[in-house]
Design a protein around this ligand. Structure first.
Ligand code: RIB
Length: 313
């Protein structure tokens, strides 16, 4: 397998604070614990890909601080190629993640060096890798302009572009055109299509996804629906899959990243689309039963017992 997946995205140090219940505005509460763990949507997605045994390159920017050094070592240990992860003069990205007793989270991200990522790094990478990049994935913790630039260039080299527009901000029209596959959660979909913050029912989500796809053309749209599973529109087929059975949710941090990276990795390995969705769901379900973002992601052998099953190359 010479071809590879590229992730263009953020690298953060997560400060994970556990509480029984989230505080109200103006309230002071006593937390249960506080831990530093590696995170950042880009780094998390790259690790999810690497865990599935697919060669993955991360394009990112670390800070010039102790966190930067720890995050770099973590990525190397996870088998992510970081030749195109540069170091800025500023501090590393950070996220303060509060997780309640039900495993739900609230996240505040301080972009730090992630906001300084520049076109030159993307240019250098794509010029070197050329058509070996089969998929490029990105998220909105780096600038949409930069993503648009990278997708445009990668597409001209034959890559398939995957956008996980999280944390959500308006998606520029040009970037919509450059994207082959969108991966949303249900509230992101509602905000993009219906400009509402209310959470849609699975049926409403399907109508929204169909409506949006009519506007944007024949692209793949995947929507994760939490306890209601997922839906996808792919090559004019509607696919619905129920959620995995989960005994106890510990921490949902990074589950969406685990889903995105695993999905693209299974597609890259040649698994059929529906089967790739199912494995990505399984991976995300595994992750929410453990603490932290990437440290909670499963390995390929944990998900697939017969390694050759479904592989085409
Ligand atoms: O998606 C989870 C991630 O969001 C965390 O790791 C945190 O760093 C924020 O980027």
């Amino acid at each position: 397998m010479n071809s590879r997946i590229c992730v263009l995205g953020s690298i953060n140090m997560d400060m994970i604070i556990r509480v029984d219940k989230f505080p109200q505005t103006g309230e002071t509460i006593t937390g249960l614990s506080c831990e530093l763990m590696p995170g950042g949507k880009g780094a998390n997605q790259a690790i999810a890909v690497a865990n599935m045994g697919v060669p993955v390159d991360l394009i990112g920017l670390l800070g010039n601080d102790e966190f930067g050094r720890i995050l770099r070592d973590h990525l190397i240990a996870a088998n992510v190629n970081i030749n195109d992860v540069a170091q800025s003069k500023s501090s590393s990205g950070m996220a303060v993640v509060t997780v309640d007793g039900e495993g739900s989270n609230q996240i505040v991200v301080i972009p730090g060096s992630n906001a300084l990522l520049r076109r030159e790094i993307v240019d250098g990478y794509l010029t070197r890798q050329g058509s070996t990049v089969r998929y490029i994935i990105s998220q909105f913790e780096v600038s949409p302009d930069l993503i648009n630039y990278a997708f445009n260039k990668a597409k001209s080299l034959g890559a398939i572009t995957v956008l996980n527009p999280s944390p959500l901000q308006p998606i520029p029209r040009e970037l919509i055109e450059q994207t082959d596959m969108f991966i949303f959660n249900k509230s992101e979909l509602a905000q993009v299509v219906a400009l509402t913050n209310s959470i849609p029912s699975p049926n409403d989500a399907l109508h929204m996804a169909l409506r949006w796809r009519q506007e944007i053309g024949k692209k793949t749209v995947v929507v994760t629906l939490g306890e209601n599973g997922l839906l996808a529109i792919h090559k004019d087929r509607i696919i619905k899959q129920p959620a995995q059975n989960i005994a106890h949710v510990i921490d949902t941090t990074g589950a969406g990243d685990c889903f995105c990276g695993s999905l693209v990795a299974f597609l890259h390995r040649g698994y059929p689309f529906d089967e790739s969705l199912a494995f990505a769901q399984k991976a995300a379900a595994y992750s929410i039963q453990r603490r932290g973002a990437s440290p909670s992601f499963p390995k390929f052998r944990t998900l697939v017992t017969n390694k050759m099953k479904g592989e085409m190359k």
